[in-house]
Each structure stands twice: as structure tokens, then as C-alpha cells.
Design a protein around this ligand. Structure first.
Ligand SMILES: Cc1ncc(C[n+]2csc(CCOP(=O)(O)OP(=O)(O)O)c2C)c(N)n1
Ligand SMILES: [Mg+2]
Length: 186
């Protein structure tokens, strides 16, 4: 079974309305904006492997909850970040890994995600880890992860979608940076 990524993105805003949410480039951002644009959303653009590191930096800088929505291909590019997150131990950071098994944004080429047990890797790094493969499971797992007293990872199995089904982001980088920075400083 797999969860609907747009529905899970909406659940994040419902369960943690105050959270600053940083979404991976491409599909994760398209799903998040389809679920509902918020000033506290930051849509990563351009590079893979930087979403969780950026979330870690933000979580260390602010007291509000911070949620990262990462992709399997992108997290595999910076898997060591999980050990850095565990060492830094920010209680306000939740990492959601939307695992669709492919590089959805660039056309669905397979990643090596089926070779990796992300929850086990996170736990080996010292993080709490949860798993979900339906919207109902995701709501429960995300709620537990966000309430957890240390950083936590939620691995959510989702079906690949077609990026063309989602509207493109219509923001300049500069606009987005200023909007997000103002929102998290309030
Ligand atoms: C360093 C780097 N390599 C390749 C790309 C091209 N690229 C953009 S998104 C993407 C796929 C990302 O896959 P994943 O993290 O699994 O997210 P999904 O698209 O499946 O949501 C690729 C290969 C890039 N932007 N940066
Ligand atoms: Mg993927």
C-alpha cells in the first residue's frame, strides 16, 4: 500500500500549523503547494541533498517546530546528514521522507531506495523512526514524530506521480526567501 503524497503534505500543516516546512526540490514542493501554500513553507529549488541539512540549520536557529519533506533520491545523496542530525539533537526537527522509489521529478528513473531500510539507518544513527504507507498511518506517525522529544524521521511510502499534474511554482527565489524569513521571525 502507498499513501497519497498531497494528502500527507496537507496533514503536516493540519497537525503542526506553526511548523516551518522545508520541501525538497521538485515533486515534494509541487505536492506541498498543491496541498496549500503557506508563508511558512519554503520550497527548495535547484539542488538535491540540501533539504535535510537546511532543516537542521533552521531547527537549531528557531524554537518553532521545523519539518523537512525530503525525497529518497535526494536523501541518499546526503545520508550522512542523519548522523549529524542525531549529534545536534534538535528536539523541534521532524524529517518526513517521501519514498516513491524513483527520481519522480526527472521522469521516474529508479533510485536505490529499495536497497535501503531508511528507518533502520535513521535508528542506527540514533534517531527515532516511524513508518507509514497510508494517510491514516501517516497522520499517526507524523503526530508521534512531531511530539517526540528528540529529532525523528517518518518514512512514508508514496506512489510516484506525474510532475506535470501539479502547477509549477510561481515564485522567484528572492521573493520566497524574504517571505519565509519574515514568517519564521514573527
Ligand atoms: C545534484 C543534483 N543532481 C541531479 C539533479 C536533477 N534532479 C532534480 S530533482 C531530481 C530527482 C529527485 O529525486 P527524489 O529526491 O527521489 O525526489 P522525487 O523527485 O522523487 O520527489 C533530480 C535527479 C539536481 N537537481 N541536483
Ligand atoms: Mg523519489
Amino acid at each position: 500500500m502507498t499513501a497519497d503524497q498531497t494528502a500527507c503534505s496537507a496533514i503536516i500543516a493540519e497537525e503542526t500549523p506553526d511548523a516551518a516546512v522545508i520541501s525538497n526540490l521538485g515533486a515534494a514542493s509541487y505536492h506541498l503547494i498543491t496541498a496549500g501554500d503557506r508563508e511558512r513553507n519554503f520550497y527548495m529549488t535547484g539542488h538535491m541533498g540540501g533539504t535535510t541539512p537546511m532543516g537542521l540549520g533552521l531547527a537549531l536557529a528557531i524554537d518553532d517546530p521545523v519539518t523537512v519533506i525530503d525525497g529518497d533520491g535526494s536523501l541518499l545523496m546526503s545520508l550522512g546528514t542523519l548522523s549529524t542530525v542525531a549529534a545536534a539533537d534538535p528536539a523541534n526537527l521532524t524529517i518526513v521522507l517521501m519514498d516513491n522509489g524513483v527520481f519522480e521529478t526527472t521522469g521516474g528513473q529508479p533510485t536505490l531506495s529499495s536497497h535501503v531500510d531508511f528507518a533502520a539507518v535513521a535508528e542506527d544513527c540514533g534517531l527515532a523512526a516511524f513508518h507509514a504507507d497510508s494517510e491514516t498511518e501517516f497522520r499517526a506517525a507524523y503526530g508521534e514524530a512531531a511530539a517526540h522529544e528528540g529529532p525523528a524521521v517518518v518514512v512514508c511510502e508514496v506512489s510516484p506521480d506525474t510532475p506535470e499534474d501539479h502547477p509549477p511554482l510561481d515564485y522567484s527565489h528572492a521573493y520566497q526567501k524574504h517571505r519565509f524569513r519574515s514568517a519564521v521571525r514573527e
